[in-house]
Design a protein around this ligand. Structure first.
Ligand code: VGL
Ligand code: ZN
Length: 201
């Protein structure tokens, strides 16, 4: 079964949002157009409490986009974004959400950040997404959303490691950093993932 997984298509990652991805809004019509071709559509939401460890404002003397070490792993400090129950955490208003059957939220624990829809960054806490997809007998996963170089590529890499046939829809994602995205695409291909265009899904 073909599944579409929409990663973090939330206002704070759109132009005007607190952690805006350039041209992030351009993916919305592309996603809406391909939605009918999928039997199952699910989404993720970055969903942080105010005191979340990934927010620069919670670290005295640290600036946005600086990084720190948390229990031996790199934690980038971001502007406040996707705070639970704020409009910044809502899906883009034009995203057709009717077909979204399940929403997996991540980054909900104050001390744990999660770029991937499957696991937190230290791979300690599962969101349950892999088990859900197996129970639904998902065979092919198609990924889109924001940001290409961060949450989307972390999710695709975890999907491949979980053994799912995985495709990244390149024109339905946008990156914060193009160089990081170029590297992420190479990593995805090295793991057996495919980069495709929305015309080919
Ligand atoms: C994301 C940075 C911090 C993303 C989430 O959705 O790509 N990026 N939190
Ligand atoms: Zn976040």
């Amino acid at each position: 079964m073909k599944v579409l997984i929409i990663i973090d298509a939330q206002n704070d990652f759109m132009p005007g949002g607190s952690l805006a991805v350039p041209q992030g809004n351009k993916i919305i019509p592309v996603i809406n157009q391909i939605l009918p071709q999928f039997e199952l559509v699910i989404a993720t939401q970055d969903w942080h409490p105010e005191n979340h460890i990934s927010l620069a404002k919670n670290h005295l003397g640290k600036n946005e986009f600086e990084s720190i070490q948390v229990e031996g792993i790199k934690q980038t400090l971001w502007p406040a974004h996707c705070i639970q129950n704020t409009s910044g955490a809502d899906f883009h208003k034009d995203l057709q959400t009717e077909k979204i059957e399940a929403i997996f939220r991540k980054g909900t624990h104050p001390m744990i950040d999660s770029y991937s829809g499957f696991y937190d960054n230290a791979h300690l806490k599962s969101t349950g997404l892999a088990g859900y997809l197996r129970e639904k007998q998902a065979t092919e996963l198609y990924f889109c959303g924001l940001a290409a170089d961060i949450c989307v590529s972390f999710t695709v890499k975890d999907a491949l490691k979980e053994g799912f046939v995985s495709y990244l829809i390149e024109d339905a994602t946008k990156a914060l950093n193009e160089e990081d995205f170029a590297q992420a695409k190479r990593d995805i291909q090295a793991l057996g993932g495919k980069i495709v265009n929305s015309a080919k899904v």
